[in-house]
Write a protein that binds this ligand. Structure first.
Ligand SMILES: Nc1ncnc2c1ncn2[C@@H]1O[C@H](COP(=O)(O)OP(=O)(O)OP(=O)(O)O)[C@@H](O)[C@H]1O
Length: 814
């Protein structure tokens, strides 16, 4: 039976995602598709190949542990009558049977009278009867799943420190129970009741509080990696402004070593290094959160994103790129972790001068040797004396216009294309990295007409761009609440992209005799040909130019502290000190409140994003603490409800241990892709009709027009939706490496990713953005408002008061 096409209009036979193999999936557009093929699938699930591989639902993990006795009933279920104290039918050591069965019996007894122990104190502390029952069941499981056979020593007699605290307060050990049994039933019962109560209220008990304090002591993160501490390492810093060849030098060293790691801030960069090394015949694997390419069994290099850096194997060289991000409020922990933990004899760091003091202090802490190489810019960079004076006609080939919202990017693109006839490539954070790098290539390529780049601050890192002039359309960025002035290092980093030095094909890769820095273990590199033209930085509006000049010349303050983050195993232990009813996001909040760090050297990275993600999946029943910890680290954009919905759907799959294709997940925006591909097909038909009509009569032409639908504008509304679908797909892929048996098959998700990227790329290549708004009036108003204020700071004689300086608080009247 033929399936219906999108919206049931086109009769189609098959779904390409279901019935064609991978190479055919890469066919992008309708005219290239096989006749009658379904463009993109909304095929009912049972008809799909590979769909619906459902495994048995996973039992609720709270009750999944095999208990060593027969006590497997839950509160509220009928209690089988037990006589004579023999359970389970196995013959056991008499001592074991006695104490275990005795405990089982007494717990059974308490279970029936639980309402008596759910007293005022528990009620006042907000424990409902249902929760008291749930806690009781958990308590029973924990007590009876202990090893009664060997009667492990009580912690008081010398147990493990952390278990000691937990067991001492929450769960009576077999030995304690045995001792209590020897004293008598009354004592035994009172211990059980007391332990149950303290288990239910474990978060409030003194030893548990002690345990929590112990777990939240994050003052010595360098001690978390004893194996690395036993190594003598050399840290080599390559510091300098943007475009000074820092990364180039570090990569040269990596190229020569016997085994190494590259860790960069972006997936894009990790890919670039992976491609570059493999192209040179140096075996390199790729490990990012969303993708792993482990083609080489004995790869010399592994290129990864910094969060994924491998700290378990010994290597000769590790390169940590953009080391100044160690101070980042959100992601700084990943650099600190990599720096303190990576087992490399040489750790090369590339970044800004303002990290040197901090790294010196960290080296003193770990005992590693430090060498610093300083570099100058490879080509000059000037701030222009003139702005564009608000005139888009002054745009030239090689210009990059920087603005901060998608709408403005497209509005500016449209204006420039209309006014100057030059085509614009675009780059912004919401675009998939693959699309960003494709757009960068379009702009760099001299042989096409993409002369101008319109970009957000995403242009500041990770892309090799031949920009001649950076033009700030604005110096403020909306942060979710209001427009905020960009920070000086941010302005410098973006501005520094102008005049980027590029390797000429004939340029020798290594010329000895010159060292652009202090001597060290890096290979010498010869003098470089001068840059033909200096890079220029300017603004679109005249009013912003003084501020830009100030920022470009300002010295940036040192980064004082390195970010840290509690290790996962610590979060897990901390979470287990709370009752099961406590929402996980609140446990994280508590962890943040209680954490103590050495504030001279470290700061605790914001866990807001993790708490947010934990909150999104809070309602998913059956997730273990470890699963919640993993899910909270998944890349989730805050402002996209569709991706959040996808995360909830994915978390349910994890909780239920249900596997299946991404195409089976309800709620993903597949329709948008269907619509896009359908519009594409219509467009192709229309083009064909026009071609034929040009050959035919006027009458035929009008007949064609009436038959062929005019394509809908699929740019401005479709683009964000496709970006969202791409993010949901990436989220799936990210989870697929953490829960491989649930998120399968991965290939379908990679196909979907590719199709979505191609669609986004195609939309971006259209010049006619009918719905692109004019530059928003908000922009104009903002400029008058925010910059009106700033203008007051810019004094007449050109002296600028530093708007970034923190003003002392005015004394308030008593
Ligand atoms: N010695 C050299 N020989 C040839 N090309 C070089 C050399 N040094 C740097 N380059 C080239 O100059 C460009 C900028 O170098 P690189 O990326 O290392 O700078 P960077 O200081 O790390 O800049 P950013 O901080 O912006 O990443 C690159 O295209 C790089 O290949």
């Amino acid at each position: 039976m033929p399936l219906l096409g999108p919206r049931g209009r086109i009769p189609l036979q098959r779904c390409i995602l279901c019935t064609h193999n991978i190479p055919r999936l890469q066919v992008q557009f309708a005219k290239q598709l096989p006749q009658n093929a379904r463009i993109f699938s909304t095929t009912p699930t049972p008809l799909r190949k590979g769909g619906h591989v459902k495994s048995k639902p996973k039992p609720n993990p709270v009750f999944s542990k095999p208990v060593s006795s027969s006590f497997v009933r839950r509160v509220g279920e009928p209690c089988p009558v037990r006589q004579g104290g023999h359970f389970g039918g196995r013959s056991r050591d008499k001592k074991e049977v006695d104490i275990q069965n005795y405990t089982d019996l007494r717990l059974n007894f308490f279970m029936k009278r639980l309402h008596q122990y759910w007293d005022e104190e528990l009620k006042e502390l907000g424990v409902t009867y249902a929760e008291a029952k749930e806690e009781f069941n958990l308590f029973v499981d924990r007590v009876l799943s202990q090893d009664f056979k060997t009667l492990p020593p009580s912690p008081i007699d010398g147990g493990e420190s952390e278990n000691f605290l937990l067991k001492e307060t929450a769960i009576p050990t077999p030995l304690e129970l045995k001792r209590a049994q020897n004293v008598g039933e009354e004592v035994f019962d009172s211990i059980l009741v007391e332990k149950y109560r303290s288990f239910t209220l474990r978060e409030k008990s003194a030893p548990i509080a002690e345990m929590q304090r112990w777990l939240t002591d994050l003052q010595h993160p360098h001690e978390w990696y004893p194996e690395t501490r036993s190594m003598q390492r050399t840290w080599i810093m390559h510091v300098g402004p943007t475009n000074s060849g820092k990364t180039y030098r570090a990569l040269k060293r990596l190229e020569e070593c016997s085994s190494g790691i590259y860790a960069g801030p972006l997936r894009l960069l990790a890919h670039e290094i992976y491609d570059r090394f493999n192209a040179k015949g140096i075996s390199c694997n790729l490990v990012t959160g969303e993708e792993q390419r482990l083609e080489h069994l004995q790869a010399k290099i592994t290129s990864s994103t910094v969060e994924m850096v491998d700290t378990t194997r010994d290597v000769e060289v590790a390169v940590l790129d953009e080391i100044q991000m160690i101070g980042d409020k959100y992601r700084g922990w990943a650099w600190t972790h990599a720096l303190l933990a990576v087992r490399a004899r040489e750790v090369h760091m590339c970044g800004e001068e303002r990290t040197v003091e901090l790294i010196k202090n960290l080296a003193a802490l770990t005992g590693d040797k430090l060498v610093v190489h300083r570099y100058n810019r490879l080509g000059p960079l000037h701030t222009a004396n003139e702005s564009l004076n608000g005139d888009w006609n002054s745009i030239q080939k090689g210009d990059c216009v920087v603005t901060f919202s998608r709408k403005d990017i497209f509005a500016i693109k449209k204006t420039i294309e209309e006014k100057t006839g030059k085509r614009c490539a675009v780059v912004y954070g919401g675009l998939p990295p693959e699309t960003r790098s494709y757009q960068a290539r379009l702009f760099n390529d001299q042989s096409n007409d993409y002369d101008v780049l319109v970009a957000s601050d995403a242009v500041g890192m990770g892309l090799n761009l031949s920009i001649q002039r950076v033009i700030f359309e604005t110096l403020t960025k909306y942060d979710g609440e209001s427009d905020k002035l960009l920070e000086v290092p941010h302005i410098k980093q973006i501005g520094g992209r102008a005049g980027r030095y590029r390797v000429a094909p004939s340029l020798p890769q290594k010329i000895s005799g010159h060292e652009n820095g202090e001597p060290g273990t890096i290979p010498p590199v010869g003098p470089l040909p001068a840059m033909p033209n200096p890079g220029i930085v300017t603004t679109f509006e005249k009013a912003d130019l003084k501020l830009l000049t100030y920022a470009m010349n300002a010295t940036t303050p040192d980064i004082k502290t390195a970010g840290i983050h509690p290790p996962d195993r610590v979060i897990e232990k901390f979470a287990k000190t709370f009752p099961v009813r406590k929402p996980f996001s609140q446990i994280l909040e508590k962890m943040v409140q209680m954490s103590r760090v050495n504030s001279n050297l470290f700061h605790l990275c914001s866990m807001d994003a993790s708490m947010h993600s934990a909150g999104v999946v809070e309602g998913t029943k059956g997730l273990t603490v470890a699963e919640r910890i993993t899910i909270m680290q998944a890349p989730l954009p805050r402002n996209n409800p569709n991706v959040k919905q996808a995360l909830v759907a994915y978390s349910k799959l994890i909780a239920e241990s249900r596997s299946g294709s991404i195409l089976d997940v309800a709620g993903l925006e597949f329709d948008v892709l269907d619509d896009y591909l359908e519009a594409k097909e219509e467009e192709a038909k229309r083009a064909e009709a026009m071609k034929n009509a040009a050959k035919g009569s006027q009458m035929e032409l009008s007949k064609m027009w009436s038959e062929v639908a005019v394509p809908r504008d699929s740019s401005m509304s479709t683009l964000p939706a496709l970006e969202g679908l791409h993010k949901s797909t990436m989220l799936w892929l990210w989870l697929s490496y953490r829960f491989p048996s649930v998120f399968t098959p991965r290939e379908t998700a990679f196909d979907l990713k590719k199709i979505t990227e191609d669609a986004i790329q195609d939309i971006l290549s259209k010049t006619n953005y009918n719905r692109a708004k004019k530059l928003r009036s908000r922009e104009k108003a903002k400029r008058k408002g925010a910059f009106g204020e700033l203008d007051e700071l810019l004094m007449e004689d050109g002296v600028v008061e530093n708007p970034w300086e923190e003003k002392p608080q005015a004394a308030t009247a008593a």
